[in-house]
Design a protein around this ligand. Structure first.
Ligand code: PLP
Length: 368
């Protein structure tokens, strides 16, 4: 028998693949710092502080008794409902295990070594991970004022570019591009480039861009949406990709036969009808953003005005603030992984959570 390590046997891209660093779960922080989990608030991963959509929760509970059966691999009912609501065809939707999976499947479908993937330097890290995983070259375009520079992104496109990712609003910066600018950008891209518009926080906007006319016009654009954020279903892992039937049919070939679990399918379909919950989530978020902005101003901290359910603020003591907050049971998110070493991101919580976060923050900074 010869000798070979697993590492020697692994694919080259795997050896250099960076690891996504998620926000710590409440239970982990409780154990690490010896604090009661009931006193911990998680404002780290842009989850909905109001909990899951009540309609989704009821549907999920009902569905649990049937988990001895495989789910509908085609997620037929969910796709039909999404299609009806959007005025598109069910074939134009690919439900996925979180919209994260949608982006990985898109990468798997289209990327090979030598391809280039264009995205913003302060954009969601998953775009870079998706590129690297399939041997493509990540091309990170600087974001002046923390906002996607669509002109610079267009200029970064080469004959090798295959995919462009654009998040609106963007995570972690919370910034947006106008619908008109996004439409112009999508239309200006050459036909060998596919634009993936990441709409994870689109429900928080009242002027979100509508890409359906672009899809209908044959522009190479797909949308990625999620039930993890405003719908409050992050733990169930469900999102979807939508676009022209030609692209969704190709992407569908790369997914596992049962990539979306049974409970998630049912809960997501129910969540789509929960208008009251969505309205409340938007209201609580808008007032929470104002509360946090006022709080930062009172502490003389600058911040990036946000249109999503989180906000970035700046401090030279980012690491210390993050660590101390965590020890006090308030989990937020460091952004050093995005090269934003003087910045921290906090998810909008309930009014009480925002108040507690701001009070702990004030206490830490007053000792400086
Ligand atoms: C949270 C988030 C997603 C969605 O993640 P899921 O896999 O659906 O939970 C996608 N894009 C961005 C920018 C996000 O912040």
């Amino acid at each position: 028998m010869g000798s070979a390590t697993y590492t020697e046997l692994a694919n080259a891209t795997v050896l250099t693949q960076p690891v996504y660093e998620p926000g710590k779960p409440i239970e982990t922080v409780a154990r690490e710092f010896g604090i009661d989990s009931a006193g911990i608030i998680k404002m780290a991963s842009n989850e909905n502080a109001l909990g899951p959509s009540p309609l989704a929760l009821a549907a999920a509970r009902d569905a649990l008794g049937g988990v001895n059966f495989y789910p509908d691999g085609g997620a037929t009912l969910l796709r039909e409902k999404l299609a009806r609501r959007a005025g598109l065809s069910p074939a134009q939707f690919v439900p996925t295990n979180g919209s994260n999976e949608a982006m990985i499947l898109l990468a798997q479908t289209f990327l090979r070594a030598g391809d280039e993937v264009v995205f913003g330097a302060e954009a969601f890290i998953v775009y870079k991970l998706a590129a690297l995983l399939f041997g493509a070259k990540p091309v990170a375009v600087p974001m002046p004022a923390h906002t996607h520079d669509l002109g610079a992104m267009l200029a970064a496109v080469t004959p090798q570019t295959k995919l462009v990712f654009l998040a609106c609003p963007n995570n972690p910066t919370g910034t947006v591009n106008s619908p008109a600018d996004i439409v112009d950008f999508a239309t200006a891209l050459p036909p060998h480039v596919i634009l993936c518009l990441d709409e994870a926080y689109a429900e928080y906007l009242d002027d979100a861009v509508d890409i359906r006319p672009l899809i209908a016009a044959g522009v190479k654009i797909v949308g990625a949406r999620t039930f993890s954020k405003i719908y409050g279903l992050a733990g169930l892992r469900i999102g979807y990709l939508y676009g022209a039937e030609e692209v969704t049919a190709l992407v569908r070939r790369t997914r596992q036969p049962f990539n979306v679990n049974l409970v998630a399918q049912v809960a997501a379909a129910a969540a789509l009808d929960d208008d009251a919950f969505l309205r409340r989530a938007r209201e609580v978020n808008a007032s929470g953003l104002r509360q946090l902005e006022l709080g930062f101003s009172a502490l003389r901290l600058s911040y990036i005005p946000s249109r999503a359910n989180f906000i970035v603020f700046h401090t030279h003591f980012a690491t210390e603030v993050f660590d101390t907050l965590q020890r006090k049971g308030v989990i937020i998110r460091p952004l050093a992984g995005y090269g934003m070493t003087d910045s921290l991101r906090v998810t909008v919580g309930t009014p009480e959570q925002n108040t507690r976060f701001l009070a702990e923050l004030r206490a830490i900074l007053s000792r400086k």
